[in-house]
Design a protein. Structure first.
Length: 273
């Protein structure tokens, strides 16, 4: 069994907990890899995140951002999250229970009995380029937001026109991402058990209300009226594209796979108020 550990960068508490988890797993004859930043904090040997996809499980210690960082490199490897953040929609385990819960989960995975939940990811594509998979959202926007900025756009769902006009941009989110950037732009909260894609226009001059469509649909966003557009996947890897351009956004494989206990969705929601 090989387990990768990713701790929130610059968080000593996360690094110390990673060290405790590493020792506990090593005592069970589990091979443990630390990501390079965590290894530096602990004066240990580390591994590049590009190798973590080959692990049997990845433990993310920090906030939801740390979980998404691990997921960005995980491929189909299950991820187990320890919550050191404020809310915790992705990280289900409290730090006080971390060692016991991680050991139980790893042992269950070793025995082929572990529970692994799959949640969808999205990818944005043009004829010549594809984004990295997004567990939260794909954002398509103009070169800058705010007064005097934005971009002209048209949104289609499986080829049928939904909306268009001028806006800062468009968010296309998963249920997982409904409580992230989508929520900050007044989009709907969606329970993680609902198979849907959310389409949400950002500060549109006219526009339509946010739209939920089936997960197997393709949402296309065509940009005009600006020199460039930008596509961002889970807040990472912004890609500048020449305009006019059509970006197709659809479900991508592999899904993000989450191991161990499920986060309490409604408890996490209560922390937002």
């Amino acid at each position: 069994m090989q387990v990768g550990i990713v701790a929130q960068k610059g968080n000593p508490r996360a690094a110390y907990l990673a060290d405790d988890v590493r020792e506990a797993l090593s005592d069970r004859d589990v091979t443990v890899w630390l990501d390079e930043a965590t290894a530096t904090a602990l004066d240990a040997d580390g591994y590049g995140m590009d190798r973590f996809e080959s692990c049997d499980c990845i433990v993310a210690i920090g906030g939801d951002g740390t979980f998404l960082y691990a997921a960005h490199h995980a491929g189909g490897t299950p991820i187990l999250g320890v919550n050191l953040g404020e809310v915790g929609f992705l990280n289900a385990i409290s730090p006080d229970d971390a060692e016991e819960a991680i050991l139980e989960t790893v042992e269950a995975l070793q025995a082929g009995e572990g529970t692994v939940r799959e949640v969808p990811r999205l990818v944005a594509r043009t004829d010549e380029w594809a984004s990295s998979p997004a567990a939260n959202e794909i954002v398509v926007q103009g070169p800058r937001r705010g007064r005097g900025g934005g971009v002209d756009y048209e949104i289609r769902v499986d080829g049928s026109l939904y909306s268009g006009g001028h806006a800062d941009g468009v968010i296309v989110a998963t249920p997982t991402g409904s409580t992230a950037y989508n929520l900050s732009e007044r989009g709907p909260i969606v329970h993680p058990g609902v198979d849907t894609i959310i389409v949400n226009e950002m500060v549109a001059e006219r526009g339509m209300p946010p739209l939920a469509v089936p997960l197997d649909r393709t949402v296309s966003v065509t940009l005009t009226g600006a020199e460039t557009g930008v596509v961002v996947s889970d807040g990472r890897d912004p890609k500048e594209l020449s305009v006019p351009v059509e970006i197709a956004i659809e479900r991508s494989g592999p899904p993000m796979r989450m191991a161990g206990p499920s986060p309490d969705f409604f408890e996490a929601l209560g922390k937002l108020s």
